[in-house]
Design a protein around this ligand. Structure first.
Ligand code: GTP
Length: 438
């Protein structure tokens, strides 16, 4: 074979009928780390990644049966233990009784393609995932395509308490339990605090945050921080499959993908925050008018189906303005929060307590058997809200006026019922007692 073959960037292999390498060009050293001398005389299949051996054997028989092929791909184990993705052009030479194969190293291209695909997939998931949990699940699946793992978890710092929690974790066998090992907590805390990725190989002597890793843990760990625009919001952590170890390359890959993952998580968190703002009253945390309207529509549809009754209680505090005027707006805010808390106490978990605006609240009580049930709730509300409350060292007593309207007695639709309950509340305010719509 003339020498110029050694100038080729691809490696040329000649393999005999028994699968033994009889010649390989110099490029094999650049691609696989072995010199031609180290490869010649060896069985080709032994260099192939075990998962790819069966289909490579099949492919070789096909070529040897006289079917030349361009584009077959498989993975080889390099001398340093890493994997090389190879694309082949091969044919069988009947005269020479040799398989001629040209091997192209496509590892970098594969990696770049996989990274690109992962980035697209993650930004896609940021839009399509219904909530954060769904997004974490998708991020896990996308990363699992790139880096094999037996377990995956997302650690997130709570912004207020600074505590580390694991909103998502999955063991490799689907049992969901990656975290029994306290090691996960320690690695994540260390990665977040140090703002630096970590690869823990399987050496039993490895120490994390001053603690010895148990020698019984037959796994390698890979963790990278998730950076938000402002701070480190959490970390991604992966546990390797038994017997394998993560490399610096894996770390670089996960760091690369984690940037996209962090952006997607941040976007989803912001979205969840906006949805919350749009649905809940900021001061009291109660559902706002919009959610009340939605829940009323659902409740009325259910009542219609079940031929049941639903009560709407319209509540307005008497002389609330005076609290603002005498003690200040901040004191008024505290009072409204306390009233919200007490109103929730007065009804069942499944009933809705909403704040309409200012000192106006609505309680929606479903599945009322008799009108008396709603009156009982209204009297309880008057009693509980009227109990004294201390604000800024001053003891106050509020009295709510409560008006009630019933489905189907006072209307079929939310708007009609609200109007009737509001009118009943005005009547109650005048009369100083609970009032029902006419
Ligand atoms: N502190 C505080 N006050 C608010 C808020 N929203 C509205 N208000 C005030 O709540 C008061 C409600 O007024 P009204 O219900 O008309 O007055 P009221 O004194 O309760 O009178 P009656 O309902 O007739 O007994 C107004 O002074 C508003 O400025 C809020 O979020 N915080």
């Amino acid at each position: 074979m003339p020498n110029f073959v050694d100038l080729l960037l691809d490696a040329v292999f000649l393999v005999d009928v028994h699968g033994r390498i009889v010649y390989v060009s110099a490029a094999c050293e650049r691609i696989l780390g072995y010199t031609p001398e180290e490869m010649i005389g060896k069985t080709m299949i032994d260099f192939i990644s075990p998962e790819d051996r069966a289909r490579t054997r099949e492919e070789a028989s096909h070529v040897m049966a006289g079917h030349p092929r361009i584009g077959f791909e498989n993975r080889y184990i390099r001398k340093d233990g890493s994997l090389a993705n190879i694309m082949w052009s091969a044919r069988w030479s009947e005269v020479d009784q040799l398989r001629v194969g040209v091997a192209r190293d496509i590892t970098e291209r594969k990696r770049a393609d996989a990274q690109q695909a992962a980035i697209y997939a993650i930004s896609e998931a940021a839009h399509s995932a219904l909530d954060l949990t769904a997004l974490f699940r998708e991020i896990h699946q996308i990363i699992a395509q790139l880096i094999p793992a037996d377990g995956f978890a997302v650690g997130m710092c709570d912004e207020d308490s600074d505590l580390l929690g694991f909103p998502y974790q999955l063991g490799g066998h689907g049992d969901g339990s990656l975290i029994p090992e306290g090691i996960v907590l320690r690695i994540c805390a260390e990665v977040i605090r140090g703002r630096k990725s970590m690869v823990i190989r399987r050496e039993p002597s490895a120490s994390i945050a001053g603690a010895e890793v148990s020698p019984s843990i037959d796994a390698s760990w890979l963790a990278v921080p998730l950076f938000s625009q402002k701070a480190t919001m959490g970390a991604l952590i992966m546990k390797s499959t038994p017997g394998t170890s993560y490399t610096e390359k894996d770390k670089e890959l996960l760091e690369f993908v984690s940037k996209q993952a962090a952006a997607a998580i941040e976007r989803k968190q912001l979205h969840a925050e906006l949805v919350k703002i749009a649905q809940f009253d900021e001061l009291t945390g109660l559902p706002n008018r919009r959610i009340l309207h939605d829940r009323m529509k659902i409740a009325l549809a259910r009542s219609r189906r079940e031929e049941g009754r639903t009560a709407v209680l319209y509540i307005d505090l008497d002389d609330f303005k005076q609290v603002n005027d005498t003690l200040g707006h901040a004191a008024g805010d505290l009072l409204l929060q306390e009233v919200a808390r007490r109103l929730k106490q007065c009804v069942r978990e499944e009933d809705t307590v909403a704040r309409l605006s200012g000192d106006e609240f609505v309680v929606l009580i479903e599945r009322i058997h008799q009108s008396e049930d709603a009156f009982t709730a209204a009297h309880k509300i008057r009693t509980v809200v009227h109990e004294s409350v201390t604000i800024d060292g001053k003891s106050l007593r509020m009295m709510p006026s409560v008006g009630i309207a019933f489905y189907p007695d006072h209307g079929d639709h939310a708007e009609q019922l609200m109007k009737h309950a509001d009118q009943a509340m005005y009547l109650a305010k005048k009369q100083g007692k609970v009032s029902a719509a006419n």
